[in-house]
Ligand binder design. Sequence first.
Ligand SMILES: Cc1cc2nc3c(=O)[nH]c(=O)nc-3n(C[C@H](O)[C@H](O)[C@H](O)COP(=O)(O)O)c2cc1C
Length: 175
Amino acid sequence: MAQVLILYSTTDGHTIEICKRLEAVIAGEGDTVTLANLADKPTLDDYPFDKIVIGASIRYGKHQRLVNDFIAQNRAALEAHPNALFSVNVVARKPEKNTPETNPYLQKFLQKIDWVPQNLAVFAGKLVYPELGPFDRTMIRFIMWMTKGPTDPTGTYEFTDWNKVEEFGRLIARL
Ligand SMILES: Cc1cc2nc3c(=O)[nH]c(=O)nc-3n(C[C@H](O)[C@H](O)[C@H](O)COP(=O)(O)O)c2cc1C
C-alpha cells in the first residue's frame, strides 16, 4: 500500500472534482491519497508520500504561475518518486486535442518546465456560464463561438470524460 500525494491548482473547483474521482479510484485499489491545494503553498516535507501527482487547470491559455513555481522548487523530489501530471482545459473537449501529445496547452507547458513527468493526462473541463462574471462570460462565449462550442449564457457544460479520469486513477495505482 502506497501513499499518493495529489497537488492541484484550480480556479473554479472542477480540478478538485477530478482529484476526488482519482482519489476514489486510487483508494479503491488500496493506496492512501492526500489532496493538497498548491494555492496553500504546501511543503513536501509535511506530507509522507511514495507517489506524486500534479493537476492544474488552464485559464486564458495558462496554468497558474504557482504550478510552474512549485515544479521549479521541487523538481528533485518529483523526479525521485513515481509521478504524473494532468491538465484540465476545454480545448480538450475536441477529440483532436485531448491527448498529452495533441493538447497545445500541455505541450507548451512541458516545454517551459524542467521536469519531465513520467505520466501525463489531459482532461476536458467544465463551463458554468451563470457563475462567471460578465467579463469572463463574454470572453469565454466569444472563444466558444470561435471554436464552435456552446455559447448559451445560462448553460452548464461538463465535457469531462470520467472514464478517462478513472483509467488515469488506475494507472496511478499501478505506479
Ligand atoms: C475565465 C476562464 C478562462 C478560461 N480559459 C481557457 C483557455 O484559455 N483555454 C481552455 O482550453 N480552457 C479555458 N477555460 C476553461 C477551464 O480550463 C475549465 O473551465 C476548467 O474546467 C476549469 O477548471 P477549474 O475549475 O479547476 O479552474 C477557461 C475558463 C474560464 C472560466
